[in-house]
Design a protein around this ligand. Sequence first.
Ligand SMILES: Cc1ncc(COP(=O)(O)O)c(C=O)c1O
Length: 415
Amino acid sequence: MPAPGHASSRFMSRLQHRLDVHGQQGLIRNKLLRDGPCAAVQQFGQRELVSFCSNDYLGLANHPEVIAAWQEGAAHYGVGSGGSHLVTGHCRAHQALEQALAEFTGRERALLFSTGYMANTGVINALMNEGGVVLQDALNHASLLDGGWLSRARSIRYPHNDMQALAQLLAQHQHEQCLVVSDGVFSMDGDVAPLPEMAGLAAAHGAGLMIDDAHGLGCLGASGRGTIELFPEHSSGGVINARELPVLVGTFGKALGTAGAFVAGDAVLIEYLEQFARSYVFTTAMPPALAMATLTSLRVSQAESWRRERLQLLIRRFRQAMSGMAFPVLESHSAVQAVVLGDVDTTLAASALLRDHGLQVSAIRPPTVPRGEARLRITLSAVHTDAQFDQLIQALAVVNRHYIASQSGRADANH
Ligand SMILES: Cc1ncc(COP(=O)(O)O)c(C=O)c1O
């Protein structure tokens, strides 16, 4: 007989072993303890750092009107919704936000989810079944990939933004039910999916198309409608419509500065998801105060278009400054700018160096990105001042000097 606790200690030692291996590979991630709001300058204990890694691209997470809407919502509804949407949790505040999102995206209806992760897993799981095929871009967000696996349909990943590969796969699976799934703006690279080509291919092969525009919504396009607004020549209404792109997901935790997500599309899609998306049905509705804050945030993002213009200006200036650097910066015109340094140690050292310069930029490592592609994921925000931006560029010039030295050291070692 094993001693009491034996099985459990064996179980725990397996966990410990995996953690040890992860640690040896430099992949353990540690949480930073922040003491104040999500703003350009953030407080970590005694230390203040200028953050270039939050997703608060428009600077709305700490906006006074958004905070006031949250407070008003809490005063009116209390803090919790008290139930799932289909039982008793659905409030007028949710309904108002859904209507505003439908109008904003040019779709018939929208449906709220508590998080983007839940929206993506819930939608794909509801739309697809065994026997179907989910075609995913290789760089899709984990929540999309997990949704595919959860659905028990076959998941196939095509090379990043490779429309020829996608066309071939669609032809190959002509007789199966296919759903093409992609990020709109790729979360770790910052580039965008070629939506018109994808829509054309999906339509030609009778497949569904789902785009998660978590990082495009609010930021891209003159009115912030996101990636769907980047291709006006392909659409009569100025945005790619629901016929071309039937399943559109957006999240609130990025440009809108709150939390939660939505799916927008034709009434039939939304009715279907309302009944069958398990992460919608079997969970507590988001607090109505959060819905009120998000609605205010959506309105502010529309009214204060200077935020988008400022963000776009910083993106252009960043691209210009980076053109003189030796390290590779991925092609991107979104708020996400990736400096790919390659190995984990170099990237961790660069992140530490930036911290020494008063900047917070996180090192993104596998499994979030492929092996050998560790990077600094720099995010720009409308509320970064010129001085903060210059501080970033100057510090990156130091990273660049280290990078050049390490590359020439490597070249010498190879001779
Ligand atoms: C592309 C993308 N989709 C979905 C999510 C998940 O959204 P949420 O944080 O609301 O769960 C993220 C990141 O958080 C993301 O980058």
